[in-house]
Write a protein that binds this ligand. Structure first.
Ligand code: PHB
Length: 419
């Protein structure tokens, strides 16, 4: 494994109170407040406040659009926790502005995404959008962000289009493109000597694109995908498809499921007696944040992802300690992505002194930065997606242990991005 960059870690003196998901720490702006706020500000000015105070930048309003219900609810919580941990480490401020949060539960439902994102942009006037987990929801957010010019940082959803045809100067991703972990697994499974594979995923952008990335690398290396199986999101009736896998007898299976669906799939795969004859692989979402519930059925499963447990770098160790202290549970890849979304926002805002309107300068700062992530250092591509190492991991007990690097500094091709 390639050693990762070291970091002095978190200075405890800069820590504030632990962040929480408590709604007391958040502001939900109502229409009444929106209309009365200018009057209040005018009255304050009339009282002849010292000019420096009168001009102090207002709070930075961050619109968190994440799932709080449904199969991805735990993922939304981890992203939010990670984001808030970084903000707390900065004393509650980014780019010199105090951060406040407005939240919307997007339910991982693309059909409600336009309404939800418009609430944040038009009703709440957020300065920054952060979201979401589901690729279909994130694509709707990217369209609204592009149309309105609102800054967007995607802390999970891998929809290739977000940093492909939909790319824009004000849209960034702190996580991955769906192509990345799929492609890395195609390389890794071919290197293991597998010649045939069946893919099984949910039928929507994330599943389609991870399977496509997998197939591209696996077939380039001489393998053959013999069957592409899928079921609608968020269905978990796997039995008929598992019977098809048993009949097809591939060398191995590549899969994408996440959250509650991943727990059930891994358990059903073992329960159907397939695990010992046809090795199960997947993108790392299959086993991240799910191992407690999957138990021994996940043991030995190999996945590719830009994070792993037991990286044992000073940076990751400090992050994990701080996370456990605040939330009384271990972090996962989603927490890291939330944390790094806040880091990227902080880097951009520092360069523009908190002025989110300076989009070109904000983007220039993020593009030239090296993000000091718990996953290892990474940079941002021209299309605003992380360029990062993809680890090969194997489940051992309750951990996704690093076995090696499946693909070093893997860059999404950014197909269709014109910026
Ligand atoms: C996605 O929809 O892009 C997605 C959702 C959950 C994951 C990974 C990707 O764990």
């Amino acid at each position: 494994m390639t050693p990762l960059g070291a970091d002095p870690g978190i200075d405890p003196a800069r820590r504030r109170d632990p962040p929480t998901n408590d709604s007391k720490s958040e502001t939900t702006v109502t229409n009444t407040q929106k209309f009365t706020r200018p009057l209040v500000l005018a009255a304050a000015a009339a009282l002849a406040l010292p000019s420096a105070m009168a001009q102090a930048p207002g709070k930075l309003k961050v619109g968190l659009m994440l799932p709080a219900t449904g199969t991805f609810a735990v993922i939304g919580t981890a992203v939010e926790n990670g984001f808030k941990l970084y903000v707390a480490e900065q004393g509650g401020k980014l780019g010199g502005r105090e951060v406040e949060f407005v939240k919307v539960d997007d339910e991982s439902d693309p059909s409600k995404a336009v309404d939800n994102v418009n609430k944040l942009i038009k009703r709440d006037n957020v300065d920054v959008l952060v979201g979401s987990v589901h690729s279909g929801v994130a694509m709707a957010m990217a369209k609204s962000a592009k149309d309105s010019g609102t800054l967007l940082i995607v802390p999970n959803a891998g929809a290739d289009a977000v940093t492909g045809p939909m790319c824009a100067v004000n849209i960034f991703r702190s996580s991955f493109s769906n192509w990345q972990p799929g492609y890395a697994m195609g390389q890794a499974m071919a290197a293991k000597g597998h010649k045939t594979a069946v893919t099984i995923t949910w039928k929507y952008a994330a599943g389609d694109e991870m399977a496509r990335g997998f197939k591209e690398a696996f077939e380039k290396a001489g393998g053959k995908v013999t069957k592409e199986l899928n079921l609608p999101f968020p269905n978990v009736e796997f039995q008929a498809l598992l019977t098809e896998i048993a009949a097809a007898k591939p060398d191995a299976v590549f899969s994408f499921f996440a959250g509650g669906g991943a727990v059930k799939f891994v358990k059903d795969y073992a329960g159907a007696g397939l695990k010992k004859n046809i090795p199960l692989y997947g993108t790392g979402f299959l086993t991240d944040g799910t191992l407690e519930a999957q138990g021994a059925d996940a043991d030995g499963v190999m996945t590719t992802l830009h994070y792993a447990d037991a990286l044992n770098t000073p940076r990751d160790t400090a992050f994990r300690l701080a996370y456990v202290k605040s939330y009384k549970q271990q972090p996962d890849v989603y927490a890291v992505q939330g944390y790094d979304a806040a880091q990227m926002l902080g880097i951009g805002l520092a360069a523009v002194k908190g002025d989110v309107g300076k989009k070109a300068e904000f983007a220039a700062a993020v593009r030239k930065a090296t993000i000091d992530s718990p996953r290892g250092k990474f940079t941002i591509s021209k299309s605003h997606n992380p360029v990062q190492d993809m680890y090969l991991r194997q489940v051992s007990g309750k951990e996704n242990k690093v076995v090696g690097v499946a693909s070093k500094a893997l860059e999404d091709p950014g197909r269709g991005c014109r910026m």
